[in-house]
Design a protein around this ligand. Structure first.
Ligand SMILES: NC(=O)c1ccc[n+]([C@@H]2O[C@H](COP(=O)([O-])OP(=O)(O)OC[C@H]3O[C@@H](n4cnc5c(N)ncnc54)[C@H](O)[C@@H]3O)[C@@H](O)[C@H]2O)c1
Length: 429
């Protein structure tokens, strides 16, 4: 790559910021990374990677000379024109997006016609307009603003950065939007250049649609259970329709993660705050919450009361290939099982440390088989490959009972039944 690439700043070095920084460094940019978390910055400076994301460690190592880490924004402002903002926007108690971290960054920006704030954080539609108004009020009207929402998926974030389905750039056709487009140009992705509000809405609408697709197939799965149909067959037949497509039609115990729940809620409240009742998203959210709990009734149907029963949770992260527990179905399941009086053992290949802090009452084990020992039932919560490929005869020998609830429809019922286990999926015959 050419040494002429535009240097950039990245504010916030979490899942999005760190991957964005490493990705642009790989493309040849010098990247000044800023985070208020001093411990995180110290670890990054020491060559440690604070999160688990496949391929990220190698990318950071390969581009170490181009990556600079600091708790202060000064270096980024000195060396870069474009400041990519990737700070968290978690939900507030009311369900709206908490923009306090974004606002803290806005407050730190100088009045400079040389700089642009490039918003990667997911923010409600209208945030860019508000920030530009605030810039005006603070006498910083010469600053530029670009909305550049991020679509990467945890677990394949590096690949998604390098091969995006599209790049969305929302601005007023100024120099900063041009510069952001030039940065992404080597990736050859389809470009959507639009206004700021539309760019913001594209991100919220995309996540809301994906969440809707999941809740839809989960409801179909629930109806399959009452009618004798098999949701795997149904999803295959439906997904081959080009207008629908096969992805996000995997029934299971509901979506988790930091994004879908909060972005669906933020979009619903954004609509409500301007007087519109977004009915569909109420149902999407409710279906998802109930879906996480359906496992409990499945266990009760087979085992009766769960008090004193030992239940093994296989996988805790909200999906495979990440250590992220935010919004994970495991949190709801564990809490419900404990409330029913069950004893809960648990195993996750990478998320166990974070899980220990959040679910101290669980019996954490160092292997799946250890978690399964003397269990009355097991629940596959996260379809990590090592869990999908367990030796089911060894599982049957380790367990006291024989029930396996496949919360992700990722297991082969015939293999499990062949090993003497009782298989129960979601919407499967
Ligand atoms: N995680 C995803 O898969 C994903 C995908 C697309 C979009 N997003 C969006 O990207 C944004 C970031 O998400 P994330 O998962 O990377 O969050 P994260 O919590 O992993 O990282 C946020 C980082 O910002 C830092 N930070 C907070 N305030 C700061 C400040 N004032 N200055 C500098 N650093 C600050 C935090 O210390 C943290 O390291 C969110 O808006 C999210 O909705 C996330």
């Amino acid at each position: 790559m050419s040494a002429q690439r535009e240097p950039i700043g990245v504010i916030g070095t979490g899942y999005v910021g760190l991957v964005t920084a490493a990705g642009f460094a790989e493309l040849g940019s010098d990247v000044w990374c800023v985070d208020i978390d001093a411990e995180k910055i110290a670890r990054l400076r020491a060559g440690e990677v604070p999160i688990y994301e496949p391929g990220l460690k190698e990318l950071l190592e390969r581009n170490a000379a181009r990556l600079h880490f600091s708790t202060e924004i000064g270096g980024a402002l000195e060396h870069a024109r474009l400041l990519f903002v990737a700070v968290g926007t978690p939900p507030t108690h009311s369900g709206d997006a908490d923009l306090s971290a974004v606002n803290a960054v806005v407050a730190e920006m100088p009045n400079s016609g040389r700089h642009a704030l490039v918003m990667k954080s997911t923010v409600p539609c209208g945030t860019g307009a508000t920030i530009q108004r605030v810039f005006g009020e603070q006498g910083k009207e010469s600053l530029s603003y670009v909305s550049c929402p991020e679509f990467l998926k945890e677990g394949s974030a590096v690949k998604d950065f390098m091969h995006p389905d599209r790049v969305v750039v929302g601005d007023d056709d100024g120099w900063a939007g041009d510069a952001v487009i030039a940065l992404y140009e080597p990736l050859g992705a389809p470009l959507v250049r639009t206004d700021v509000a539309s760019a913001e809405m594209i991100k919220l609408a995309a996540n809301a649609f994906l969440a809707t697709k999941i809740s839809f197939i989960n409801e179909i799965a629930n109806v399959c259970e009452d009618t004798g149909a098999d949701v795997i067959e149904v999803a295959r037949g439906v997904g081959l329709d080009e207008r629908i497509g096969p992805r996000f039609l995997q029934a299971g115990i509901g979506y988790g993660g930091s994004c879908f729940t909060k972005d669906v809620s933020a979009l619903k409240l954004l609509a409500a705050n301007s007087g519109y009742h977004f009915q569909l998203l109420n149902a999407v959210t409710e279906v998802n919450e109930l879906q996480k709990r359906r496992v409990i009734s499945k266990l009760q149907r087979h085992l009766g009361a769960l008090a004193g029963r030992r239940i093994a949770l296989l996988g805790l992260a909200f999906k495979p290939e990440t250590d992220d527990l935010r919004g994970a179905s495991s949190l709801v399941l564990a809490a419900r099982l404990l409330a029913e009086g069950a004893v809960v053992s648990a195993y996750d290949p990478v998320a166990a440390d974070a899980a220990r802090e959040q679910m101290p009452a669980l019996d954490f084990c160092d292997s799946a088989l250890a978690a399964l020992r003397e269990a009355d039932a097991a629940v596959l919560v996260t379809e990590w490959r090592e869990l999908v490929e367990l030796d089911w005869s060894a599982v049957a020998a380790a367990m006291r009972g024989d029930l396996v609830v496949d919360g992700r429809n990722a297991l082969d019922p015939l293999r499990l039944r062949g090993a003497g286990l009782r298989y129960e999926g979601i919407g499967r015959r």
